[in-house]
Design a protein around this ligand. Structure first.
Ligand SMILES: Cc1cc2nc3c(=O)[nH]c(=O)nc-3n(C[C@H](O)[C@H](O)[C@H](O)COP(=O)(O)OP(=O)(O)OC[C@H]3O[C@@H](n4cnc5c(N)ncnc54)[C@H](O)[C@@H]3O)c2cc1C
Length: 388
């Protein structure tokens, strides 16, 4: 068993670590205020070839992502980015999520048509299934409708939380084919920026945290989507349990965020004069233990994906995500206990991390995640994509 990073993993870990410290950290407060996508950071990803992390090597990508040759590579980039700016990490995750979907579900023509624009021109992708009220209806029970017409579908509906919605070139969206059962009619479409009938809902992004991961709402009014912009057969996303392939991307964000809080705390406490305090040492130790246990759980789950042990990889990815969320919440509580009120001025990085982490850990349902693991070990029916 080898715990060493490969030379490529080391290179990406250090490259993104440097970008994060030197470029992303100084800009984080600005995008937090603006609540728009961090275009300068996205340009840095583009300039350093990091937008092609989860695209296969045959198209000039780096071959990462759950179904790629080296699943951990993009997780290292997300972890190191989240360590200074969780919003930018979500942007990198959702672009990597979208491009990986096209890479592994799209036809060869679709892969070349969309992904060569990512590899050669730095085009941006995203992936939006979310709709108002979806949590109560179930993630595959969509109100956005797809009506079959000659040569394609006509789409009508409202999507929310479309990360990178203000800058993406290729919006991957999910809609329900009318007169089909939710999971059977679950359609994955690519709607390029500027498509007639697609419009951003003004002032639809104003959360307390993750503000730099601009995720506005989209209205779709009689949007025509040609067949060559439909990814796979209806139902492919739930049938192939694609949502389970993205659990680790979220876990890496929560891990990086906890490391970011740890970095601020271990820099601040000596300056506050409390590094010698035994309770501060206790809490800092507990936070470090939590971070390191989450990290190796994520890396092991990624290793299982690289070996093609799909079910075990899905289950351990769920465990890693659960631990990462639990650890993030614990980290916030313990860090606050020993940092004290002065560390939380409204414009401080610590305050931003707390706002970002609190809202982004709600992206996933902690209890359903644990219950799914319980169902498996109790021999009950389970769904590794259950997350809302
Ligand atoms: C920072 C961040 C980034 C995200 N990025 C993405 C992304 O890129 N892609 C993606 O798919 N998801 C994304 N999500 C969304 C995520 O997947 C979940 O869908 C979302 O977190 C669920 O929020 P909720 O439970 O509050 O919503 P829900 O409970 O599903 O909806 C609550 C909202 O819907 C309204 N509502 C409830 N019922 C109805 C109804 N019947 N009709 C109309 N309105 C109704 C409520 O008033 C409320 O405003 C992101 C989430 C976060 C926090």
């Amino acid at each position: 068993m080898d715990f060493q990073f490969t030379p490529k993993q080391r290179e990406i870990y250090e490259l993104v670590g440097a970008l994060a410290k030197e470029k992303f950290a100084p800009r984080a407060a600005k995008y937090d205020v603006l609540a728009t996508s961090p275009v300068e950071n996205l340009q840095d990803f583009r300039d350093n070839g990091l937008l092609k992390l989860t695209i296969s090597e045959d198209l000039g990508g780096m071959g990462s992502g759950a179904m790629g040759r080296d699943p951990v590579l993009y997780l290292l980039a997300i972890e190191q980015t989240a360590r200074v700016d969780m919003s930018t990490a979500q942007c990198l995750h959702i672009h990597s999520h979208g491009s990986h979907l096209i890479d592994h579900v799209g036809t060869q023509e679709q892969r070349e048509h969309f992904l060569l624009k990512v590899v050669e021109d730095g085009a941006l992708c995203n992936a939006t299934g979310s709709e108002p009220g979806r949590t109560s209806r179930g993630q595959y029970n969509l109100t956005t409708s797809a009506e079959r017409v000659d040569g394609g579908y006509v789409i009508n509906g409202l999507k929310n939380y479309a990360t990178l919605g203000d800058v993406a070139d290729f919006n991957i969206m999910f809609a329900g084919v009318v007169h089909k059962a939710p999971s059977m009619g679950h359609l994955m479409i690519v709607v390029p920026k500027g498509t007639p009938g697609l419009s951003l809902v003004p002032d639809s992004w104003n959360p307390m945290g993750m503000r730099g991961a601009a995720s506005p709402s989209f209205k779709l009014e009689n949007v025509f989507v040609p067949d060559d912009h439909v990814l796979g057969e209806p139902g492919v996303y739930p049938r192939e349990r694609w949502q389970a392939k993205f659990h680790l991307g979220f876990a890496a964000q929560y891990l990086g965020g906890a490391e970011g809080i740890f970095d601020i705390l271990t820099d601040y406490l000596p300056k506050r004069g409390t590094a010698g305090d035994s309770y501060a040492q206790l809490r800092v130790g507990e936070i470090r233990i939590g971070i390191d246990s989450v990290r190796w759980l994520i890396y092991r789950a990624a290793w299982l994906w690289s070996r093609g042990e799909i079910q075990q990889a899905e289950l351990l990815s769920l465990e890693a995500k659960h631990r990462a969320i639990d650890n993030a919440v614990m980290t916030m509580d313990k860090a606050a206990q020993v940092a004290g009120s002065s560390a939380f001025w409204a414009d401080s990085a610590m305050a931003r991390f707390f706002r970002d982490m609190r809202i982004h850990t709600l992206h996933e349902n902690l209890d359903k995640t644990a219950a799914t693991i319980g169902k498996f070990y109790l021999g009950q029916e389970f769904d590794t994509t259950a997350r809302l």
